[in-house]
Design a protein around this ligand. Structure first.
Ligand SMILES: Nc1ncnc2c1ncn2[C@@H]1O[C@H](COP(=O)(O)OP(=O)(O)OP(=O)(O)O)[C@@H](O)[C@H]1O
Length: 228
């Protein structure tokens, strides 16, 4: 999926305090590329990700995500975009504690497709992330790395063209971090556009393009070659 942001601005108002969180963001991301964004806490990275997921609208500027013109799209069009094209992985996994692993993976599509179809797909994805044997476990019975792999399987249920990863390994040890990054690399190799936000300088080595966010400004740092 191709992404184009132009002159994107976002301000939050909190009481009398105004915070300009995104300042004139310009970004073109070709389909199938991998953008990595680093930057200090509070610099606006998550807000940018929320704009890239069409969860949030900027105050001004243009944002085109594939065919979606975010600034003019209706709430329902933005929801459909997320349902059909987007995968999102969070630092804290965001699994539903009351459901088992298999159900967690199916959840995004359960209201829209026959259970039998999506169950087959969910099982395949659990196999891909090496968790078939955990299908009927509850999230509380899993390690952090396993939880994140469930979250990745869930993010892939709709065959996303855009995968947003916000600190996906922030809570994981080295071994699990490497496994998660290996999985994201595999997904990227299949042509999915990846945007990765990370504090970890080692993870910033992954990707084609590296940007840094500072005080709401997005600056290109250097070109990289995808490893592996
Ligand atoms: N809903 C909101 N209302 C008011 N202010 C907000 C809101 N969301 C974020 N902010 C403020 O916007 C700024 C940027 O937040 P954001 O979460 O995008 O930063 P970040 O770079 O992702 O930080 P971190 O790395 O700590 O997650 C912060 O000052 C934050 O307090």
């Amino acid at each position: 999926m191709r992404i184009k942001l132009h002159n994107l601005n976002k301000t939050y108002q909190s009481g009398i305090e105004t915070t300009r969180v995104l300042r004139d963001i310009d970004l073109v991301l070709e389909s199938g590329s991998w953008l990595t964004i680093t930057g200090p806490s509070g610099s606006g990275k998550t807000t940018l990700m929320r704009c890239l997921s069409a969860i949030e609208k900027a105050d001004s500027g243009n944002a085109r995500l594939g065919q979606l013109d975010v600034m003019v799209a209706s709430e329902e069009e933005r929801r459909q975009f997320r349902r059909n094209h987007l995968g999102y992985i969070f630092q804290d996994f965001q699994l539903f504690q009351q459901f088992d692993v298999l159900t967690n993976v199916m959840i995004p599509l359960l209201p829209y497709q026959a259970r039998i179809t999506i169950e087959r797909k969910a099982k395949e994805l659990l196999e891909t992330v090496g968790l078939s044997h955990r299908s009927h476990h509850m999230p509380s019975q899993l390690s952090g790395g396993e939880k994140q792999r469930v979250a990745i399987a869930r993010a892939l249920m709709n065959d996303p063209q855009l995968l947003l990863c916000d600190e996906p390994t922030g809570n994981l040890d080295l071994e699990n971090r490497n496994k998660i990054m290996e999985t994201i690399k595999q997904i990227h190799r299949q042509g999915v556009t990846v945007v990765l936000v990370t504090h970890d300088p080692e993870l910033a080595q992954f990707g084609d393009i590296l940007y840094e966010m500072r005080d709401g400004e997005l600056r290109r740092k250097e070109s990289m070659k995808t490893r592996g």
